[in-house]
Design a protein around this ligand. Structure first.
Ligand code: NCD
Length: 319
């Protein structure tokens, strides 16, 4: 039987061994970039391979970093971010679109889809590995990987951390995938800060309960001063529910209390780090950017390095 395709669908599937391989490789890749930004590593192993990006929803970092990652590795890059001009607009299903792309022989497909579960549906018909680049409010497993890598680089460890996650925890897929991934590491605890109706999903809380992991839910920002990692997120306005929409309508200033400002950050531990998957809208004031604890711009650079390592792993490149 042919070897199973290395789809990346959920953060649950990463094993500690796999994470170690990927992070060691990302470390090595870092050193393979010359001072002028060019990649000096081996580009021959993936020459002739094509990475295809199929994006049904908006993206800057995920779309671009996968493109740059593949180009640096010597691959060719194709794809579309405008499915409204494809047969999707005529009503073609995701499955038939995947079958179509597969018939042209890409090496892998990076897929951003509209709804939770669609990456799995795509994988069920794909003849090449599917990498889930965000499926609705489901998961964002490659973001979780780069978030964890950022934590390792910036905090020096991935265990024994108080992680304070804030913002739209109900619709954000990055927080969901990151908790799933961090559950594989010991002694981390969580505070989930969200306005009413935007709380962390019950399925994630149930996973934490089952694992006996400590967490607190809050509507205030008091836990910031206890945090080792502050992971902030925006309101996912493209996916908010009727109830959330109504809450925001009735409380138009509700999210003002969740804006990270220099004053708030001043109360955080000197060793704490601030992460955000980006884009930020207004939930981190730009005055925080100059704070040495702000790690969100480094985080997006790490994203490309980690995705380079991940592409190699998915394609079985021996390094
Ligand atoms: C995130 C996403 O798409 O889930 N962005 C990203 O991939 N870096 C977060 C967001 O859009 O708020």
């Amino acid at each position: 039987m042919a070897e199973a395709l290395r789809h990346i669908l959920s953060a649950e599937q990463y094993t500690p061994e796999m994470i170690k391989i990927l992070f060691d490789r990302a470390d090595a890749i870092t050193k393979e970039f010359a001072a002028d930004g060019r990649f000096t590593g081996d580009r021959s192993k993936l020459a002739g391979h094509i990475l295809y990006r199929l994006f049904y929803r908006e993206s800057t970092r995920t779309y671009e970093s996968f493109g740059f990652a593949a180009q640096h590795l010597g691959m060719d890059v194709l794809g579309t971010q405008s499915v409204q001009f494809s047969s999707v607009a005529k009503g073609e299903t995701l499955e038939d679109t995947i079958r179509t792309i597969c018939s042209y022989n890409p090496s892998l497909i990076v897929l951003r889809s509209a709804s939770a579960g669609e990456a799995e549906a795509a994988a069920a018909v794909s003849t090449v590995p599917i990498v889930n680049a965000g499926d609705g409010s489901g998961e964002h497993p490659t973001q979780a990987l780069l978030d964890l890598y950022t934590i390792r680089q910036e905090c020096g460890r991935t265990t024994g951390l108080h992680v304070v996650m804030g913002g739209d925890l109900a619709n954000g897929r990055t927080v969901r995938s990151l908790v799933k991934l961090m559950l594989k590491f010991d002694k981390n605890e969580y505070t989930f800060i969200a306005p009413p109706t935007f709380e962390m999903g019950a399925d994630i809380l149930a996973q934490l309960d089952k694992a006996g992991v400590k967490y607190t839910q809050s509507t205030t920002l008091d836990a910031l001063k206890e945090a080792d990692v502050v992971y902030w997120t925006r309101v996912q306005k493209e996916r908010i529910t009727e109830a959330q929409n109504q809450f925001l309508h009735e409380n138009p200033n509700a999210t003002d209390a969740y804006v990270l400002t220099a004053d708030l950050v001043a109360h955080m531990k000197p060793t704490a780090k601030i992460l955000h998957p980006l884009p930020r809208v207004n939930e981190i004031n730009p005055e925080v950017d100059a704070d040495p604890r702000a790690a969100y711009f480094k985080q997006m650079h790490y994203g490309m390095l980690v995705r380079m390592a991940l592409i190699e792993w998915v394609l079985g490149v021996e390094v």
